[in-house]
Write a protein that binds this ligand. Structure first.
Ligand code: FES
Ligand code: FES
Length: 171
């Protein structure tokens, strides 16, 4: 069957087997290997991507189900060489160690902050409750989300100044 979807703003159309899972389509057909595949049993959450802005475990969905929709993968976070604030938050706050869970964590946390710009610790824990991290103990991930929420609040208050700093290289 033919499937067509937007991934990170680009339209992809391919002939695939109807049983192809979204995670395999993204990784093996499109070639975006930033999305990880960890368990295939809907447990680990490292395969999370956004479909129309909603976090989805891409190992639980057929690629055909995403046809006609907008998919965002971890590769779509960075824009023109500038990290998304959630990526910067994880980097600044040691929100990752081995990095295996990180693509899914980043996408879930991005979706959380898009809906709830100032989540409580409990709300963040609830949001990432479908994802497993064997390294961080989750504390630094919570800290990363808090840092990002504060940074985005600052960006909303002074967007022009921060944009200029980013273009000029910051720091
Ligand atoms: S690979 Fe999808 S939840 Fe683990
Ligand atoms: S950073 Fe290693 S599993 Fe999360």
């Amino acid at each position: 069957m033919q499937v067509s979807m937007d991934i990170n703003g680009q339209t992809y159309t391919h002939d695939i087997e109807a049983r192809t899972l979204l995670v395999h389509y993204i990784r093996d057909v499109v070639g975006l290997t930033g999305t990880h595949w960890g368990c295939d049993t809907s447990n680990c959450g490292t395969c999370v991507v956004l479909v129309d802005g909603e976090p989805v475990k891409s190992c639980t969905q057929l690629a055909a189900m995403a046809g006609g929709h907008e998919v965002t993968t971890v590769e779509g976070l960075e824009q023109d060489g500038v990290l998304d604030p959630i990526q910067e938050g994880f980097m600044q706050n040691h929100g990752l160690q081995c990095g295996f869970c990180t693509p899914g964590m980043l996408m879930t946390c991005r979706a959380l902050l898009d809906k709830n710009p100032n989540p409580t610790q409990e709300e963040t824990r609830e949001a990432i409750s479908g994802q497993i991290c064997r390294c961080t103990g989750y504390t630094s991930i919570i800290r990363s989300v808090n840092w990002t929420a504060a940074k985005e609040q600052e960006m909303r208050e002074t967007p022009v100044a921060l944009e200029g700093a980013a273009v000029g290289g910051g720091n």
